[in-house]
Design a protein around this ligand. Sequence first.
Ligand SMILES: Cc1ncc(COP(=O)(O)O)c(C=O)c1O
Length: 388
Amino acid sequence: MQVVTTPELADRYLMQTGRRLPVTFVRGRGCVLYDDAGREYLDLVAGIAVNLLGHAHPDVVAAITRQSAELIHTSNLYFTQPQVELARRLVELSFPSRVFFCNSGAEANESAIKLARKWGTRNRDGAFEIITTTGSFHGRTLATVTAGGQHKYSDPFKPLPDGFVHVPYNDTKAIEEATTDKTVAVMLEPVMGEIGVIPAAPGYLRRIREWCDAKNLLLILDEVQTGLGRTGRWFAHQHAGITPDVMTLAKGLGGGMPIGACLANQRADVFEPGDHGSTFGGNPLACAVAATVLHVIERDGLVGHAAEMGDLLGASLRDLGAKSTRGAGLMQAFEFEDPRAKAFQQSCLEAGLVVNAVDDHSVRLVPPLIVTAKEIDRAHEVMRKVAG
Ligand SMILES: Cc1ncc(COP(=O)(O)O)c(C=O)c1O
């Protein structure tokens, strides 16, 4: 069936929740996307840090084909092999914990928030407040959009749920001062992604871990964007040599299949039967594909490769005339002095390069982990020409 999509049709039938760029992608291979006119684009956005193995990776395609022919969905009324196997691998790669599976980053964080509140009821005399940071992004459900420290996303939906306190990022003292008897947890991104790639300052995560230990608080790390090799370690907190009590994942986990996960150590794992659930969460198809993604990342040494390519990509951004560049591994951004990020994004697209303007000034690059040095060179050439 040949379907023609036009911006007018999309406007007619889709809710207007975001502005789309004027392109319709129909196919992808590796780090390359093709539009409906057969034009080729080098993709440095990867579905917003999702397609870790690029597009149409043969192992992902094979896993989808194999598992969909066996069993796609049963609900969580029963055991399934892919779900238990994926949980086992995630725990082996991260820290001693148990896993709750869901379908997105927002849901993973919603699970973490519920866990923290129940933990507070049990262990901190009903404490329920979670300290998060200004500029953070944790999802779009009512609780997670409130947790995220960006008023533009939450204000239209007031009244918002109680229990979230926002402090500046990379400011340990602000967390200490915001802690009260009502505080139950600190929830952070190890690198703030959506706001434009702001890495944690050296020592920040370690000091917050120590503060949480000293004050009997949970440390929740949102690794939805930073997890699974993106920053050059399996999980970004591993750079800091700490472990969280709760960690959330989504985005890259399914290599493009929707899946989220919330991992909790023994201390934080307070869910009991009936407390939480998700019909689709952890279905055999998503879990089998995610297990394949982990297997390929490991087999092909993609965590080390991401660190290496991240250094190359980061270095290649320094002659674009930007005010600043920043990043960790294959999560990089640069900021223009003047408000030309959106025009830059559009010109790159016209030149066959997909980049992501997060606002008027900053451009984010989160390519697939399989990106090559040659592709980074090609991207750099386009960006330099466009930057002028
Ligand atoms: C750090 C972080 N947490 C949570 C989310 C929300 O994930 P989802 O869009 O899958 O709900 C995002 C999405 O950008 C994110 O970057």
